[in-house]
Design a protein around this ligand. Structure first.
Ligand SMILES: CC(C)(COP(=O)(O)OP(=O)(O)OC[C@H]1O[C@@H](n2cnc3c(N)ncnc32)[C@H](O)[C@@H]1OP(=O)(O)O)[C@@H](O)C(=O)NCCC(=O)NCCS
Length: 222
């Protein structure tokens, strides 16, 4: 059976990682990359053609390929959300990648344009929205809900029934007590221990996690 052709957005480290995982651990065939014209520095990347995102429909029409947009958490996941929405408005459909080494259950609901990396554990009754990244070794307990455009970094532990709001970011190794709600666009710093619900756009660090003075957008601008 021929593999489904996929174009990956980006030419940075996250896109390279996605390309590597799809190449070695999926039934998809990566046939090229696309980047914003302003970032088009080479016509070939990882041996595959790169085209400007603005020209994508001309080279790879929406009925011929699927897309994967594995961007990071810049602008509190806003950049990934915007490119995802722009491509969707042009009629593109998306794949999702779930590592064969992730620990999941048969009824897991995962949306489109998601990346679930190796050794992530996603327990029964948890669900993952669209355009979500779950990095390696994250533990997402039963009945958790991870909303669209969120990012769960490596080694995070979410207790049962946690809600991760839209565009929220949970940093490396953070722990979130069961039943909490992380508001939309809240940013949990690496290693934080979150013991109370968070507010939209807030940045939280430490144990117990405390809100800092910065906004999540400011902290993720670069
Ligand atoms: C929370 C975070 C976004 C803060 O970034 P920032 O706003 O640029 O903050 P700064 O680095 O300027 O640090 C500001 C202060 O917060 C402290 N701080 C920053 N991150 C912290 C963290 N995770 N835990 C505890 N304190 C932290 C700094 O020590 C500094 O303290 P000081 O003012 O007493 O010197 C960032 O440190 C972080 O944890 N990012 C997540 C990284 C990650 O998980 N990456 C995943 C890659 S896939």
């Amino acid at each position: 059976m021929s593999k489904l052709p996929v174009v990956i957005f980006g030419n940075g480290t996250f896109s390279d990682l996605a390309w590597y995982c799809l190449t070695h651990d999926s039934d998809f065939q990566v046939i090229g990359f696309t980047v914003d014209r302003a970032f088009l520095s080479a016509e070939v990347h990882e041996g595959l053609p790169v085209v400007a995102f603005e020209d994508l429909p001309r080279y790879h029409p929406p009925d011929k390929v699927r897309l994967l947009i594995p961007l990071g958490y810049r602008a509190i996941n806003g950049l990934r959300r915007e490119r995802y929405r722009a491509a969707k408005a042009q009629g593109y459909e998306f794949i999702s990648y779930v590592s064969s080494r992730a620990s999941i259950w048969p009824d897991l609901r995962v949306g489109e344009n998601c990346m679930i990396y190796e050794h992530a554990i996603i327990q029964p009754f948890a669900c993952i929205g669209d355009n979500v990244i779950v990095r390696s070794g994250a533990h997402i307990s039963h009945h958790c809900s991870v909303a669209d455009h969120a990012f769960v970094a490596a080694g995070v532990t979410l207790g049962g029934n946690v809600t991760v709001g839209e565009q929220a970011f949970v940093g490396l190794g953070a722990v979130v007590r069961d039943g909490l709600v992380l508001a939309e666009r809240s940013l949990i710093g690496a290693g934080a221990v979150v013991l109370a619900n968070t507010e939209a756009d807030g940045v939280y660090v430490g144990n117990p996690a405390q809100k800092t003075g910065r906004s999540a957008r400011e902290a993720t601008e670069r």
